[in-house]
Design a protein around this ligand. Structure first.
Ligand SMILES: Cc1cc2nc3c(=O)[nH]c(=O)nc-3n(C[C@H](O)[C@H](O)[C@H](O)COP(=O)(O)OP(=O)(O)OC[C@H]3O[C@@H](n4cnc5c(N)ncnc54)[C@H](O)[C@@H]3O)c2cc1C
Length: 464
């Protein structure tokens, strides 16, 4: 399969620096053209106002959060760089995703939030841009990029819409990664090209009675007498992307007496009888579908077991460590997006004959929150690079998710206040960031579970 996505091509470029710079200009131009074509005529008055308040178009000044990019040319003579240093490919991907988010996603954000539905054109656009297989090898239609490239894409999308960001995050960091790391070669050859091209994936672990205690699941799997199939029965709850997904990674228990060692992971196609049931009506990330998914006597070929029998718990634990860095990036981007929009509004708005942004009382608030965002970025990028280096990162992943979700809540709450009454209305989209921020403390492990992980690992390090 040949993937012709511009963003993917940016990542795959192994050309010389000058050749690659030339390519980046051309590729970015293609992204821009594709983006504006896909943007369509949907911009309502309020959406236009949102754009006026916050969007940093080509001629707008750089968002404060991109300041690292300005120094990206720097090469340390000691071979050690700051955490803000991105590779040339990662930096080009960031620019391409930023364009896509501003041109294609931004005009649709408010409408999707009100309708509580993801626009299919956005999912199509994410696939076309190569953003749904960032780490997948080119052999399977992916971009062959780094984990940090995926993290940067998730962050950049969340600046504009955390719902779109989590769709991309779950598909990349959970679904594609499980397939890349644990699935057999046969399963990889069959499913990874589909997951790169057009089929959206879901990760099905939680159930009505098992959330934080995920391995207390009741969904069962039983091998048929001839050993050729497994039969799955049960219900999964809160499943992100399930409304649009065609592919499900499902965790199920084969023998409750074995405890977590009886858990298996399966690759399941929607057409095999998966039922998408109740769609949750949520406080935030409303455009992201969250549904109950029912498995009633679903017959799965034995070869669709992902990883070894009885090792499903290990897959879930390991993958959620990576996933938590993704949620950290989503929360980081959310905080950046909210603050950027609010400060730009305050730079336009005058009271007492002065711009709001010129009051020192406000500036001190901005400074505090900007510092906390920078700290969250350091934690997220650090966990990401540790993971890439193959070093332990579970504690750092929990820290980055916990802290970034706290910063996102605080920053988006402050952003509302910085805009006064306008911040409280739905038209500007600033209150949406605050609603969206709450989920960061819940999914892929609640804040209490993050603290539990951090403490357990710290206590081990301290030999307590
Ligand atoms: C929008 C959304 C999307 C989601 N997407 C997915 C998905 O795609 N796939 C999936 O599998 N799941 C998904 N989830 C489920 C999510 O991971 C769980 O909601 C989460 O793990 C918490 O489980 P719970 O809701 O059952 O809360 P509970 O586990 O019932 O927790 C309730 C409260 O008790 C606290 N608590 C629990 N145990 C402890 C403890 N040991 N110590 C201290 N406090 C504790 C929690 O921190 C929390 O405050 C999603 C959830 C939401 C809301």
């Amino acid at each position: 399969m040949s993937l012709r996505a511009p963003a993917a091509r940016l990542l795959r470029s192994q050309a010389s620096a000058s050749a690659s710079r030339a390519m980046s200009t051309a590729a970015l131009a293609r992204v821009a053209t594709a983006s504006s074509a896909a943007a369509g005529p949907s911009s309502s008055t309020s959406a236009r106002r949102v754009a006026a308040v916050g969007s940093a178009g080509p001629s707008a000044p750089r968002a404060f959060s991109s300041s690292a990019a300005a120094t990206n040319e720097y090469e340390s003579p000691f071979g050690i760089n700051s955490l803000n240093k991105l590779s040339e490919e990662e930096e080009m991907l960031r620019e391409a995703v930023k364009r896509f988010a501003e041109d294609v996603v931004a005009p649709r954000v408010q409408e999707m939030d009100e309708a509580e539905k993801m626009d299919p054109e956005i999912i199509k656009g994410l696939f076309e841009q190569g953003l749904m297989a960032i780490e997948t090898s080119p052999e399977h239609g992916g971009a062959g990029g780094s984990f940090t490239a995926a993290i940067v894409a998730i962050e950049e999308l969340a600046k504009v819409d955390p719902s779109v960001s989590v769709l991309c995050d779950v598909h990349n960091t959970l679904v594609c990664t499980i397939m890349r790391k644990y699935a057999s070669r046969t399963l990889q050859d069959k499913y990874l090209p589909q997951l790169s091209e057009s089929v959206l994936g879901s990760f099905c672990l939680s159930e009505p009675s098992s959330g934080s205690d995920a391995f207390a699941m009741k969904t069962s799997c039983k091998k048929t007498d001839d050993g050729k199939h497994w039969i799955i029965n049960g219900s999964k709850m809160w499943i992100t992307n399930s409304g649009e997904a065609g592919f499900f990674l499902v965790f199920a228990q084969s023998d409750p007496s074995k405890g977590y060692k009886g858990i298996n992971c399966f690759a399941v196609e929607k057409d095999w009888g998966v039922e998408i049931a109740k769609k949750e009506k949520k406080l935030g990330i409303r455009a992201s579908s969250t549904c109950t998914v029912n498995f009633d006597e679903i017959k799965v070929p034995a070869e669709n077991l992902v990883g070894e029998e009885g090792k499903g718990y290990k897959i879930a634990i390991e993958i959620l460590n990576e996933g938590r860095v993704g949620i950290g990036a989503q929360m980081l981007g959310l905080a950046e997006g909210a603050v950027d929009k609010a400060i730009r509004y305050a730079a336009d708005r005058k009271q007492f004959g002065k711009r709001i942004v010129d009051f020192q009382g406000q500036q001190f608030d901005y400074a505090q929150v900007l510092m906390e965002i920078e700290a969250a970025r350091a934690l997220v990028y650090n966990a990401s690079r540790l993971k890439e280096e193959g070093r332990p990162f579970a504690k750092e992943a929990a820290m980055c998710k916990l802290y970034a979700s706290q910063v996102a809540q605080k920053a988006s709450g402050s952003a509302i206040e910085w805009c006064g009454g306008v911040g409280f209305t739905r038209e500007t989209g600033i209150e949406k960031y605050w609603r969206d921020s709450k989920i960061g403390a819940i999914y892929e492990g609640t804040s209490a579970i993050m603290k539990d992980t951090i403490w357990r690992m710290a206590a081990k390090e301290m030999d307590l």
